[in-house]
Each structure stands twice: as C-alpha cells, then as structure tokens.
Design a protein around this ligand. Structure first.
Ligand code: FES
Length: 164
C-alpha cells in the first residue's frame, strides 16, 4: 500500500503579486459593472420622465375692472391681448397679427401691425394689408375674488363684452 503525499505549495512572491493584481482587476471590473448599471438606470429614468415644456397658461388674471377705466384700450403685450373697456362693458381682443404673428399696436383707428402693415379696425376686422383674418376675441370672466380673467383657449364672437 502506497501513500501519496501531497506537496504543500507555498506561493512565491511573484505568484502573490499575480494574485493581488488579479484581485484588483476583478474588483475594478466589478466597480465598472456596478457603475455602468447605475448610469444606465439613471439615464433610463431620465428618458422615461416626460420632457414636457409647459408654455404660458392660456387663462390668466389681468387685474380688477377699475384698473381699466371706461373708454380705454390697454394692451398687455406679454399676454398678447388688448383689454377694451366701453362704459361698464369689457372685452379682450388678441394682439397677435393673423398674418405672421407679430404683436399689433393699438392705434386711433384700431390696430396696426408694424411688420408688414396689416391694419384692423377697433373690433379687429382686417381693413388693410396681408392679414388673412380678423383678430380673435377671447372669453373674459370676473372671478369670485373680483379679478378679471382672460381665457385665450376660448374664442368668443367679435363684439362679445362682459358687464363689469
Ligand atoms: S405679421 Fe402682421 S402684417 Fe405680417
């Protein structure tokens, strides 16, 4: 009966160094995998989140009725609307030119576009220039808090005023 003896192998310094390098490379590739997984999760979450950019709200407050004295036509350029007050009646007319969208200015006779010369009467009807259609009128509401609100999503027939 023969007994085999196994020789116990003691690693040499070169083998120790090789093992350490192997462990380091294993650790490094693990870090790389985890890092790329985290980056891909974040990029997927960013991709899934809707990238909607919301514009200006089309329904907005413009102030109280007394801020628009009878007989005035006050343009609010950043809202592209002109508030017309006649006596105790009030309306909102668009100041966006129906030709190519420039802001029209209120004039003695109505509205005039500085871009290509379209002209509109006091009610927004085209009286000259290339504009293809009249300026729209918008719904105006008097909110419970006493503020006037213009709703640019709701067009109303020209000549529609609210009583304030
Ligand atoms: S944009 Fe007003 S006339 Fe052209």
């Amino acid at each position: 009966m023969s007994m085999t003896k196994k020789a116990i192998h003691k690693p040499t310094a070169a083998e120790d160094e090789l093992t350490t390098r192997r462990r380091f490379l294993t650790w490094l590739s693990g870090v790389g995998l985890v890092g790329s997984a985290i980056i891909s999760i974040f990029s997927n979450l960013i991709f899934i989140k809707p990238r909607a950019t919301y514009g200006e709200p089309n329904r907005f407050p413009i102030g109280r009725p007394e801020e628009f004295p009878p007989g005035t036509r006050i343009s609010i350029d950043d809202k592209r609307v002109c508030i017309v007050r006649e006596g105790n009646r009030l309306a909102a007319i668009s100041t966006t030119c129906t030709h190519l969208g420039c802001i029209v200015a209120a004039s003695e006779t109505g509205f005039a576009c500085p871009c290509h010369g379209s002209r509109f009467d006091q009610d927004g009807n085209v009286t000259g220039g290339p504009a293809p259609k009249p300026l729209p009128w918008y719904q105006v509401n008097l909110a419970p808090n006493g503020e006037l609100e213009v709703d640019k999503d709701t067009e109303v027939p020209p000549g529609t005023y609210i009583t304030v």
